[in-house]
Design a protein around this ligand. Structure first.
Ligand SMILES: Cc1cc2nc3c(=O)[nH]c(=O)nc-3n(C[C@H](O)[C@H](O)[C@H](O)COP(=O)(O)OP(=O)(O)OC[C@H]3O[C@@H](n4cnc5c(N)ncnc54)[C@H](O)[C@@H]3O)c2cc1C
Length: 304
């Protein structure tokens, strides 16, 4: 079905944005690995997105929503189905009266942080330097420096697998550590963040501090997918990996960063299998030496 010309023509007729067929995901993931997805589609409105979802459901074709692909590893055999990128949904606005910012799923955090500085709204500073988008960030309940998105989310706009939209308030949502539990097939359309009135200078200073800390602690000169593992309670995964001497371990061009034990970097032409083998190796060694099971934070999709 997915290789049929009629299927492909129909998708192209639904979407005014790009529709890429047999697209190497190594071009899109921040870590620079990934085989071909059958289709990568960029709807430009909620209407287009809704029509894509309905069409895929009618054709029984699997799909996964993606944002900036900064927390994503696609296996080398690629993805059999449609990856729906939300990157073209980019509306953002703020309400000074309620000290809030609404952003579509495709808005990058850098843009929200910049707007919050401009409007003197405090609360989003911890997102400075997180390279993801609102959709991916809310799904991952992204966090840093003691805060997470759940602390600032007010409402999340959703569309379900049957094309029905809904605005969910925070209390209805099941946020967990690095996850928002959503029914299968649900796509985040956008979110409203509730902030507080602050001092522009203070917000700017905190953002600069955070960017500075990231530059000192993270291997930002290499391609990566951020933290590979979730932190177990009361200890950081990076410290455990460092303690058992795994920093610098390599498979092909994939390497456990010498700078931060919870980052695996692609220092050239790493394959997904190199990165996944390093993940498996680290998980096994940590279990054997410390009796701790490290849970994977990055999302791994596709086939070998
Ligand atoms: C250098 C670097 C630093 C990082 N620092 C941090 C950090 O400090 N804290 C942190 O939490 N993360 C960090 N990350 C990881 C990553 O940036 C975040 O998890 C980010 O929020 C993911 O957003 P994304 O748009 O890239 O999502 P993607 O990687 O595109 O997707 C992530 C997951 O969300 C799902 N998803 C994406 N969009 C939607 C949508 N619209 N609806 C439903 N599901 C969706 C995907 O299917 C996938 O399961 C870092 C990554 C890098 C490379």
């Amino acid at each position: 079905m997915i290789r049929d010309k009629t299927f492909r023509d129909k998708l192209e007729s639904i979407v005014s944005g790009k529709v890429l067929f047999d697209e190497p995901m190594s071009r899109h993931t921040s870590i620079g690995v990934g085989g071909m997805t059958d289709v990568l589609v960029f709807p430009r409105s909620i209407g287009e997105l809704s029509r894509v979802i309905s069409y895929l459901r009618d054709c029984d074709v699997p799909f996964i929503p993606v944002g900036n692909c900064t927390n994503l590893i696609v296996r080398d055999g690629g993805y059999r189905g449609v990856l729906i990128s939300l990157r073209e949904l980019t509306a953002i606005d703020h309400r000074q009266s309620s000290f809030s910012i609404y952003a579509d799923a495709g808005v990058p955090f850098s843009e929200i942080v910049n707007l919050s500085i401009k409007k003197s709204l405090a609360g989003m500073e911890f997102c400075a330097g997180i390279p993801g988008s609102v959709g991916g960030g809310v799904k991952m309940n992204a966090g840093a420096f003691g805060s997470e998105l759940k602390d600032v989310v007010d409402t999340v706009s959703l569309i379900n697998g049957r094309g029905k939209t809904k605005v969910a308030v925070k209390d209805e949502l099941k946020f967990e550590y690095r996850n928002l539990d959503l029914p299968e097939g649900t796509v985040i359309l956008g979110a409203r963040f509730l902030l507080t009135k602050g001092s522009r200078e203070k917000i700017q200073r905190r953002v600069s501090e955070i960017i500075g800390m990231r530059k000192r602690k993270h291997p930002l000169e290499y391609r990566s997918a951020g933290s590979i593992f979730k932190n177990p309670p009361d200890i950081s995964a990076g410290k455990i990996i460092d303690d058992i001497g795994l920093k610098g371990e390599k498979i092909g061009d994939a390497r456990i960063s010498e700078m931060h034990g919870n980052f695996i970097v692609n220092s050239g032409k790493a394959k997904a299998k190199d990165i996944i083998s390093l993940i498996d190796m680290a998980q096994k060694k940590v279990w054997e030496e410390k009796g701790i099971h490290l849970e994977i934070e990055v999302k791994i999709i596709g086939v070998d």
